[in-house]
Design a binder for this molecule. Structure first.
Ligand SMILES: [Fe+2]
Ligand SMILES: [Fe+2]
Length: 504
C-alpha cells in the first residue's frame, strides 16, 4: 500500500473533532485538525490534505470562506470540501454549494453516513489527483523528450549517462509527478526477479546504491499485467509485506509495490511507489524504458554507420596510393598533422573532425594518373607535369558533391594551391583558398620532406622545419597562409612525434 490519505478536520469545538476521529479510527487514513478557518486554511496549504471536512460556523474564517479560498487556490483547488453543519436550511445549503463545497453533511450525523461520505469523497479526490498527475507527467515527459532530442549527439552518446539521467527523472519527480517510486533497478530479468543497478533517492540526490542488486517480488504477490511486457503489483496492507532480502531492504525497507517493464532480456523496475501502483504508472515506466532503448539503439546504429564510412574513406585513400611513390602511413600521418594544426588554429569542431578524417584523400585523384608517370624517376616533361597536376581536379571529380564529402572534395582540389598564388590547379591566392586546403598543404609538404622520395633522401625534423619556415627555393614560406604556418610552428614538436610514431 502507498501513503495513507490525509483528512483535515476543521471545527471550533475540539470535542466535535474528537468524535469524528473516533468514528474514523478504523479507516486507513491520517487525520490532522484545526480549530478555526484561518488556521485550517494555512494548515491545508502546508500539508495538502486529500479531503477537508469543515464546520461552517467558526471564528476568524467561516466554512464558506474556507471553501472559497480552497477552491481559488491553485494548490488545493481539486481537494474536495465537505461542509458539516447544523444549519440545514436551504439558504445555507445553497450558499455552501455556491462557495464550491463538494458535499454537505447535516449535524447530527450518523457514523455510518459519515464514513460512507468520507470514502466516496476520498475516492473522488484520489481519482482527480491521478488524472491531474497523468496530465502533468505527460507534459513533463514531452518536455524531457524534446530536451534530449535537442542535445542528442549519437557519436558522443553514453548509455550510462542517459540511464542515470532517466532514472533521476523518475525518482525526483521531474517527469513522474503524481506517484513516484522510491527505487529503480535497471538490469535484466531472470528467474523470478531482476538483477541490475539499483538507484534510489536520498536527500534530494539520486544515487546508484548497488552495481549489482537482486530483487524478487514476494511469491504471494498478485501480479497484474498491463500493456505487453509490463507488469505491476501491490502487496496488501502496510506491515504485512516482506523484505527485499539482503541489503536492499536497508535502503528500501519493506517491499510494498513495483512496476516492471521487460524488453528482451533487459528490465526496468520501479519499486515502492508513494501510492498504489496503477496500470498508468506501469505504462509511464514503459515509455521511459522505450525512450532509453530508442536513443541507445539509434546511437549505436549511427555509430556503426559512421565506422563503416570512416573505413570506406580510408580504403579509398589507400586504393589511390597503390601506384604512388608515397608509402606506408603517409595518408594517416597527414590526417594527424592536419588535425593538430586545425585544432591549434581554433577551427570549429566539426571542421576539425572533417579535416582530420578527409585529409587522407588529398591525392585520391592519382587513381587516374598513369602509374608509369607516378613512378617515373627523373624530371617530368612539361606535358607530363601538366597531366600530373590534374590529380587535383580528378580527385574532386571522384569525390563528387555529396554533402558528407564537401570538405574532402575541397581538400583534393586545393591542397596544391599556394598562398602567394603560385600553386595549382587554379592559382588561387590568400583567403580564396579554402582553409582546409591551406591546412593540408603544409601537412602534406612536411610529410613529403620527412620521407625519402625518388628525387630526395629522408630529412630529419629540423631540416624539414627549416625548409618550410625559411625556404629552400623550391618550397617557400610565402606559399603558406601565415596563420597556418604559425600553427605549424607551435605544433612542430607534435608533428615530429607523429612522424616517428606512425612511420613505416
Ligand atoms: Fe597531391
Ligand atoms: Fe600526399
Amino acid at each position: 500500500m502507498g501513503k495513507r490519505p490525509r483528512i483535515l478536520l476543521l471545527d471550533d469545538e475540539q470535542q466535535n473533532i474528537e468524535m469524528m476521529m473516533r468514528i474514523l479510527e478504523h479507516e486507513d487514513v491520517e487525520i490532522v485538525s484545526a480549530n478555526d478557518g484561518a488556521a485550517g486554511y494555512s494548515l491545508a496549504l502546508d500539508c495538502r490534505p486529500d479531503l477537508i471536512l469543515s464546520d461552517v460556523v467558526m471564528p476568524k474564517m467561516d466554512g464558506f470562506e474556507v471553501c472559497r479560498k480552497v477552491k481559488a487556490s491553485p494548490e488545493l483547488m481539486f481537494t474536495p470540501v465537505v461542509l458539516v453543519t447544523g444549519l440545514d436550511d436551504m439558504a445555507s445549503r445553497i450558499r455552501g454549494l455556491s462557495a464550491g463545497a463538494d458535499d454537505y453533511l447535516n449535524k447530527p450525523y450518523n457514523a455510518a453516513e459519515l464514513i460512507a461520505r468520507v470514502r466516496s469523497a476520498l475516492a473522488l479526490s484520489l481519482a482527480h489527483q491521478a488524472l491531474a498527475g497523468s496530465f502533468a507527467t505527460m507534459g513533463h515527459f514531452t518536455e524531457y523528450t524534446e530536451s534530449v532530442l535537442h542535445s542528442f549527439d549519437p557519436l558522443k552518446f553514453d548509455a550510462k549517462v542517459m540511464e542515470f539521467h532517466l532514472v533521476s527523472q523518475i525518482l525526483t519527480g521531474r517527469v513522474v509527478e503524481f506517484n513516484r517510486p522510491a527505487g529503480v533497478l535497471v538490469g535484466a530479468a531472470g528467474g523470478n526477479g531482476w538483477t541490475g543497478r539499483l538507484y534510489f533517492q536520498s536527500g534530494g540526490f539520486v544515487r546508484l546504491f548497488f552495481e549489482t542488486a537482486s530483487v524478487r517480488p514476494p511469491a504471494r504477490a498478485e501480479r497484474k499485467t498491463g500493456s505487453p511486457g509490463v507488469e505491476f503489483a501491490n502487496f496488501g496492507p502496510a506491515g504485512a509485506g516482506e523484505g527485499f532480502g539482503d541489503d536492499v531492504s536497508k535502503v528500501l525497507g519493506e517491499f510494498r509495490s513495483y512496476a516492471a517493464v521487460r524488453g528482451g532480456a533487459a528490465a526496468l523496475v520501479a519499486m515502492n511507489y508513494e501510492k498504489d501502483v496503477s496500470r498508468f504508472d506501469a505504462d509511464v515506466l514503459k515509455s521511459l524504458s522505450m525512450h532509453l532503448h530508442f536513443f541507445d539503439n539509434l546511437a549505436s546504429l549511427i555509430r556503426r554507420t559512421d565506422e563503416a564510412f570512416r573505413y570506406t574513406v580510408e580504403a579509398l585513400a589507400r586504393a589511390a596510393e597503390a601506384n604512388d611513390e608515397d608509402t606506408g602511413n603517409h595518408i594517416l600521418r597527414v590526417n594527424e598533422y592536419a588535425r593538430a594544426i586545425a585544432v591549434e588554429m581554433g577551427l570549429p569542431e566539426k571542421l576539425v573532425d572533417d579535416i582530420g578524417l578527409h585529409a587522407q584523400m588529398h591525392d585520391v585523384g592519382k587513381i587516374h594518373i598513369n602509374p608509369s608517370l607516378l613512378r617515373k624517376p627523373g624530371k617530368l616533361t612539361p606535358e607530363e607535369w601538366r597531366e600530373m597536376k590534374q590529380h587535383t581536379v580528378y580527385g574532386a571529380r571522384i569525390l563528387g558533391d555529396h554533402p558528407k564529402l564537401t570538405v574532402a572534395r575541397s581538400i583534393a582540389l586545393t591542397h596544391h594551391e599556394r598562398f602567394d598564388g603560385s600553386g595549382y590547379p587554379r592559382g588561387l591566392k590568400g583567403d580564396d583558398i579554402p582553409i582546409e586546403g591551406r591546412v593540408v598543404a603544409i601537412a602534406d609538404i612536411y610529410d613529403a620532406l620527412r620521407c625519402a622520395r625518388t628525387y630526395k633522401p629522408e630529412f630529419d625534423h629540423n631540416k624539414a622545419f627549416d625548409i618550410i619556415t625559411k625556404g629552400d627555393g623550391r618550397t617557400m614560406p610565402a606559399h603558406f597562409d601565415p596563420l597556418v604556418l604559425g600553427a605549424f610552428v607551435s605544433k612542430a614538436g607534435e608533428m615530429d612525434f607523429t612522424y616517428n610514431r606512425m612511420k613505416g
